[in-house]
Design a protein around this ligand. Sequence first.
Ligand code: PA5
Length: 434
Amino acid sequence: MIKVDISNVWGDISLPDLLAVEKEVFAAHQTLTERTGPGNDFLGWLDLPVEEPTDEIIRIRAAAERIRESSDVFVVIGIGGSYLGPRAAIELLQGCNHNIGKGKGNPQIFFAGNGLSTRAWNELVRLLEGKDFSIAIISKSGTTTEPAIATRALRWMLERKYGTDGARKRTYAITDPCKGALRQMAEEEGWETFVIPPDVGGRYSVLTAVGLLPMAVAGIDPMDVMAGAVEAKKAYDLRSFENPVWLYAGIRNLLYRKGKAIELFESFEPGFKMLGGWWQQLFGESEGKDGKGIFPVTAEFTADLHSLGQMIQQGERNIFETMVRFDPPEKQYVVGSDAKNLDGLNYLAGKTLDFVDEKAYLGTLAAHVDGGVPVITMDVGELNEKKLGELFYFLELSCGVSAYMLGVNPFNQPGVEFYKRNMFQLLGKPGYEA
Ligand code: PA5
């Protein structure tokens, strides 16, 4: 189990406070698993963990193998819930620089359609020059503007390079099983398709083909990830504060009620940044509604201690932190001894980099707690495929429970439509006239 340590929140919360919300956490958990709350038609993610490979997973593995053999680059098109999960998974397990040195057999993976930047597009076109590539288009609705524009351009690039038939074999669509523009397009063009189940929302879709196909192309076996999710489904069903889901959901709601309206979700691993982005969307879109919600922000330490550190230590006391910890890797780096010692570092000679990192973590924790910032520590354990599956499921479940405690529907995102409506009006999209 992931360990949630709440020993550094007692400055703001008392044990009676925690015990007083026990019934609320229980009710929220029950509402979720009995599927009686708002948004209960979007609870398909609860059942995504599977012990044996489904036909879909077998096809995902086969498609990934073909893509790996035929492509130097795999471009994954999508935005929001159709983008963050796979990128988070790959970067957490393989690092932010995972693309360096890769090619056919183990392709580079780039993400497109997650914005409207011309510079980013030009960069992608440059990166694809002279490269064999395949694409996956991920969109549940099939109508999202950013991925739709990228899709149109990349399809044409594929057709120019490989002809209609060649392009068809290199294009995969991940979308709703029955409806939407992408479904229709995929069927007309004869692309291989994978499914986002109708009862699984974007930000809860990482354990569908949305996450699993890009992971498989990166060499991460979907069933290794599933093994962790299966365990999580069983372990986190527990109805007591021994369940870390209860602790996390309960404490963050209590802190919110005490005026802590911002949560910093952070780790000392640079590869964690996109996982933080995925968490940010999961909690932000699930909870930020009806004038309520904890504002989710992700940070990377120690780097951000040199940017956000001052604000955390001495700024407005409206934040709390969730520090995510992983076991140290097997391969260690030892600081060497230098005869001149001009940098004064010889006091660390013989110590591992991880030892220094650990002390930085403990020092930061103590400083922030002294500064009046409650800190929840989330100890994930070993960083591997299985743990990743467990972490995804754990956070999704925590989010559902926490949002029900907050009294909002965790599974809709009505606010996201507002910018789109204005943009469509400004773009002159038919049907969006003033
Ligand atoms: O979580 C969500 O539902 C959203 O972030 C969507 O995933 C995002 O808007 C992309 O939508 P679609 O998959 O329909 O293109």
